[in-house]
Write a protein that binds this ligand. Structure first.
Ligand code: C2E
Ligand code: CA
Ligand code: CA
Length: 756
């Protein structure tokens, strides 16, 4: 067997893959490699000659073992194989190739006429069989066909692999999308879902495929979902960004348990249509959709909108949300022809707690009160904080007015127990006004206003109670507005007047002082006492001009009463907290005294305990300046406010006035009235002057005197009287026993700071 190739060595071959099983890459610019195997040198070289002009790379082998060696060494696209070789048969070579997975095509050439040889070759996968002698054309055509077929196969394979790669890529893109991507068929059943659905919702692809979309949708959103998931439009009308809540499957694994964890998705869905060329219309076959998890954004939005609609302090709905709820309740009531109740709750005495114990405790009180009120309500009721210490409530679908009454009573009862503010026990109550839809109003504003008016009525009648609105109350509130306007006018038209109530020393029986009390000569209603109009003045900012007026009036009057021999009588004036708070109060006071030439020693200002607490530092400064000027200071209504002795000792105080509520208690001369006794002993201990107020009976007088309080003010001696009457009283006293001018002004009552 000759191994001498009759032909020149093969040209260098492109690098090949070691694994011969791989199909050869037949690139367009790549020339196919052929192995020519024949033991007859003449035939081999003619074959070589025949093919050499073509663009093939030719390798030759003259025996089986040489062929095997070449097959081991190189990859061939085509083997032209002589079946009969000296050392082995062509079949054996093909067996070898099959066993090695060598994928070269084989064209078998044989002089054998026997059909078995052909069958044997074809069975082993030969591409074709050429009987020797073959014609030149036949050979070239067969070779070309084989290579062509191979080229196609390789092309197909490459396309297939490219397709597979792009499939993989799209699948990867779809599955790793941050959004859920799905398709539904025309019946709304899932035909595709990406992996993200599992990560976000906890359902595997298998659990969803074939299932109706509604298994995922929150019950309340089903209707909206129906619209979105049935999306058939493809143009810009297609649904965009529809928010839906989807149910997530509970983690942990227990199958079929839905823990209703909800996720809000924003959905884009678009109808899918098959192009139907024949009918020239698109047939709908399902929905393609992208669902984005916007739970975090929703949550953030919820927090923001929650804050916009809730009161930060009490966590209750605020005024805005309340109006919204009330609006809805009114619409419902209108439709169902039912009643509803609106309540206005205002805490009594809250301001006092706030001023006394400070804002922190005040806030705490509001929080605790809100909780108690909330506990009294049913599920559909709304309790809101209107602002300050005001709460509003809507009770929708009221069966009966009695229900509203019952809830109001429950409120009041719930507030009865004292509130513990860090150890401070505080008692408060509330005033509640109730308005009923539709009889008391048909609009939100009307209902609120009327509930408010009813609440004010309760306040006016002594607080701590509730009242249904009634038309007659409108008159009261109209009266209130009219009063305010009239009061402004009263100032301009000089309808105000100072009255004086003498203070008597019961030991000598002489008048030693008088308190100035304001009166209003109302053109229609007659003489109004201070308690009837000054509280309105406090509310409406009229207290400042009224106080300015008072100061002037008092000074003018004082000149007259001094001229009548009353220089020894001290004048007490009531100082409104609002007036004291104003920066120019002291200057005004000093200015007035200087202008009228009045001795400051003849003046005492009465302040209430609460003044000392609101802005103590500032109040102390003002009062100290007054003291330096020579004016003395009395604590009015002592014992009714929230002041503590620790505060009091910081104030420059000369006199304590025992409040009339304590004096009223005294019914028995030999009785025991500990509050009175305590106040008297405080005054004595601190060296303070004492005045008992509202003394109406001799029993009261004797009890007070017996226990050491000798200066009295009250109806038992004098009611507040006009200047004219007061001067007459002074003159009568002077006629009885005239005093040397001015000498009786109690010099013992010198300004001093009380020690705690
Ligand atoms: P107040 O300073 O405690 O004045 C005492 C109130 O008790 C006065 O009511 C007086 O008329 C009344 N009163 C006096 N003796 C008796 C009595 O024996 N029995 C009863 N039942 N009442 C008696 P009025 O004049 O209505 O004053 C109410 C409040 O208005 C005063 O309380 C005072 O805080 C304030 N006020 C009165 N006049 C003025 C004023 O000119 N300026 C300021 N800023 N406040 C004033
Ligand atoms: Ca007073
Ligand atoms: Ca008083």
């Amino acid at each position: 067997m000759s191994t001498t190739p009759p032909i020149p060595a093969s040209p260098p071959h492109p690098p090949t893959i070691a694994d011969a099983g791989h199909p050869l890459p037949l690139c367009p610019d790549y020339s196919p490699r052929l192995l020519l195997v024949d033991d007859e040198p003449r035939l081999l070289s003619s074959l070589y000659e025949l093919l050499r002009d073509r663009d093939y790379q030719l390798v030759t082998a003259t025996c089986g073992s040489e062929a095997l060696a070449q097959l081991n060494r190189l990859q061939f696209d085509l083997v032209l194989l002589d079946l009969r070789l000296p050392d082995m048969s062509g079949h054996e070579i093909m067996d070898f190739m099959n066993a090695r997975g060598i994928g070269s095509d084989v064209i078998v050439m044989s002089g054998d006429v026997g059909i078995e040889a052909a069958i044997g070759a074809l069975k082993r996968g030969a591409y074709d069989y050429l009987r020797k002698p073959y014609s030149r054309e036949e050979l070239l055509k067969t070779v070309e066909n084989a290579l062509q077929k191979r080229r196609l196969a390789v092309d197909n394979e490459r396309i297939a692999s490219r397709l597979e790669n792009s499939e993989k890529m799209y699948r990867y893109l779809v599955d790793s999308s941050p959004d859920i991507i799905y398709t539904l068929n025309h019946e709304g059943h899932f035909t595709f879902v990406n992996d993200r659905a599992y990560q976000l919702l906890g359902y595997t692809r298998e659990e969803l495929l074939g299932k109706h979309y509604s298994i995922l949708v929150h019950d309340e959103d089903l209707e909206r979902a129906r619209y979105v998931f049935n999306e058939r439009r493809v143009d810009e009308r297609a649904s965009r960004n529809v928010e839906l809540r989807l149910k997530c499957k509970g983690g942990g694994g227990a199958e079929r348990t839905f823990n209703n964890t909800l996720m809000t998705i924003s959905l884009n869905a678009i109808g899918m249509h098959l192009p139907d060329h024949e009918v020239k219309r698109h047939e709908f076959f399902g929905t393609y959709g992208v669902a984005r998890d916007i739970t975090d954004r929703k949550r953030a939005e919820e927090v923001i909108s929650y804050q916009a609609y809730h009161d930060i302090l009490t966590d209750l709905p605020n005024r805005m949300l309340f109006k919204d709820r009330l609006g809805l309740a009114v619409i419902q009531a209108k439709r169902k022809l039912t009643e509803l109740a609106v309540m206005f709750v205002d805490l009594d005495r809250f301001k006092l707690v706030n001023d006394t114990l400070g804002h922190v405790k005040g806030d705490e009180l509001l929080q605790q009160a809100a909780l108690r009120l909330k506990d009294c309500l049913r599920k559909g009721d709304t309790l809101a904080r209107q602002g300050g210490d005001e709460f509003t409530i809507v009770l929708p679908e009221l069966r009966d007015r009695a229900d509203a009454k019952a809830i109001a009573e429950k409120f009041l009862e719930s507030l009865q127990k004292p509130f513990d503010l860090d150890g401070h026990l505080v008692h408060i109550s509330a005033s509640i006004g109730i308005a009923i839809y539709p009889s008391d109003g048909e609009t939100i504003d009307e209902l609120l206003r009327h509930a408010d008016i009813a609440m004010y009525q309760v306040k006016a009648l002594g607080k701590n109670g509730h009242s249904f609105y009634h038309n007659s109350m409108l008159d009261v509130s109209h009266q209130k507005i009219a009063l305010e306007q009239a009061l402004r006018k009263a100032l301009e038209q000089n309808e105000l007047e100072m009255y004086y109530q003498p203070q008597v020393d019961v030991v000598t029986g002489r008048i030693i002082g008088a308190e100035g009390l304001m009166r209003w000569n109302h053109p229609q209603r007659g003489l109004l006492s201070a308690g009837e109009f000054l509280p309105f003045a406090e509310e409406n900012g009229l207290m400042l001009p009224i106080s300015d007026w008072m100061l002037g009036a008092l000074c003018r009057d004082l000149l007259l009463w001094n001229a009548a021999g009353g220089e020894a009588i001290r004048l007490s004036l009531n100082l409104s907290p609002q007036y004291l708070d104003r920066g120019d109060f002291f200057e005004k006071m000093r200015g007035a005294l200087t202008r009228y030439g009045i001795s400051p020693a003849q003046i005492e200002v009465e302040i209430t305990e609460n003044i000392c607490i609101r802005n103590p530092q500032y109040a102390i400064e003002q009062l100290n300046k007054l003291c330096q000027l020579g004016v003395s200071v009395a604590i009015d209504d002592f014992g009714t406010g929230y002041s503590s002795l620790s505060y009091l000792h910081r104030f420059p105080i000369h006199t304590i006035k025992i409040d009339q509520s304590f004096v009223k208690e005294i019914h028995d001369e030999n009785g025991h009235y500990p509050v009175i006794l305590a106040i008297i002993s405080i005054a004595r201990g601190l060296g303070l002057h004492l005045v008992a107020e509202g003394v109406e009976t001799e029993i009261q007088e004797r009890y007070l005197e017996a226990n050491g309080c000798t200066t009295m003010q009250g109806y038992l001696y004098h009611r507040p009287i006009c200047l004219h009457s007061f001067i007459s009283v002074l003159q009568a006293q002077n006629k009885l026993a005239p005093l040397p001018g001015g000498a009786a002004l109690d010099a013992a009552v010198a300004p001093m700071a009380i020690q705690a």
